[in-house]
Design a binder for this molecule. Sequence first.
Ligand SMILES: Nc1nc2c(ncn2[C@@H]2O[C@H](COP(=O)(O)OP(=O)(O)OP(=O)(O)O)[C@@H](O)[C@H]2O)c(=O)[nH]1
Ligand SMILES: [Mg+2]
Length: 450
Amino acid sequence: MFESLTDKLQGIFERIRGKGRLDEKTVDEVLREIRLALLEADVNFRVVKEFIARVREKAIGEEVLKSLTPDQQVIRIVRDELIALLGGEAEPIRWATRPPTVLMLCGLQGSGKTTTCAKLARWVKSQGRNPLLVACDLQRPAAVKQLEVLGQQVGIPVFTPQQGGTNDPVSTAQKAFEFARTNGYDVLVVDTAGRLQVDEPLMQELERMHTVLQPQEVLLVVDATTGQEAVNVAQAFHERLALTGIIISKMDGDARGGAALSVKAVVGKPVRFIGTGERPDALEPFYPDRIASRILGMGDVLSLIERVEQTLQEEEAKRLEKKMREASFDFEDMLAQIRQIQRMGPFEQLLKMLPGFSQIKQQLGDMPIDDRALKRTEAIILSMTPQERRHPEIINYSRKVRIAKGSGTKLEEVSALVNQLFEMRKMMKQMTKLQQQLRKRKWSPFGRRR
Ligand SMILES: Nc1nc2c(ncn2[C@@H]2O[C@H](COP(=O)(O)OP(=O)(O)OP(=O)(O)O)[C@@H](O)[C@H]2O)c(=O)[nH]1
Ligand SMILES: [Mg+2]
């Protein structure tokens, strides 16, 4: 997600790197390129226009911060505006003061509602709450079954119409609410029926459910791959059903990110979560500041660390963070990470959160980064001696030949991996330095720490 925009922006910033003061003409040139990059990312054209105007105003009016180089200044302004565009502060879920909290999901057919319900319930549970899934999609015969299967996968019970003794979504919702209250469930995650288009019967059904349930959150699920159409759908839903937020599914299948970048500005409601894969753990809370950093190619160290933390002991995560900051990351760490990653989910997704990923990917060329590649990487590291793993700088040509033989890989692969490690170290160091520099100026590429 956002890869194409990230690559373009990095290219643009690369070109102004090392330039002296930015005059108005250069700023305008840069802005023209950023404008194009955003349009190519399928961002709504009005949104782009306003975005560029705001950046221009700041970039030209800005007092020159002496310790920031011109490219850093522009990055900073673009980053701030990106954060604003993505919704500013992340909005936490509004939990009911008197449980159960009701989270109602709606959306068009195939947008990912049912899958997202299971993912969201799983997330709710990870927050220390006790969720109940509610199957209120009675349009499609198999919908209830689908939710039951997903519920089983994530270990969360599902309230079905049969259980409620009714065949009406509204009374099912009502029964589920009572059931939750008497059985100690404090959050209801409600799946609803989809339609091909925004139509009257759907809206009426959803409105009735809304009246009965009084949900704390009405979350619309839209498919990222439909781009601006997702934004139009959100607009149409919001006109009928006061949405409280948007969940964008299938971000993993969309390299452009136009919907995520436009929907808040157009509809006025923030993106709250994004779906990044089919697995039940592929849902991320949406933090505008982190996403902005990711788009700018600064990686998303915080999201990565958070994800790692869920699986790792806290102490281990702290150690890793320190390693990143000190850039003393070695093959032992890489191996430990690979093992974690294998438990955590698709590798490429995680890798994307690392700073400088798009550059690393370029260096690797077309080499597919999938779990098989991960296995090869693991084999290479396992063929190193402990000494080599901890001190990768001693890995010379003859050692590489031996490692390649031992792991059944090619010499070039071993070299690429060793280079990659040094590249990662370099990026980590640069990032830490930039962060320290900017922190002095009260600005951090990672935004406010949470
Ligand atoms: N790659 C990817 N696939 C997803 C994501 N979210 C959902 N899907 C897939 O999208 C398809 C449709 O998902 P559902 O959850 O059934 O969609 P729905 O909105 O409930 O569909 P209806 O009930 O028919 O309206 C399924 O194959 C899901 O696995 C995602 O974030 N990434
Ligand atoms: Mg469904």
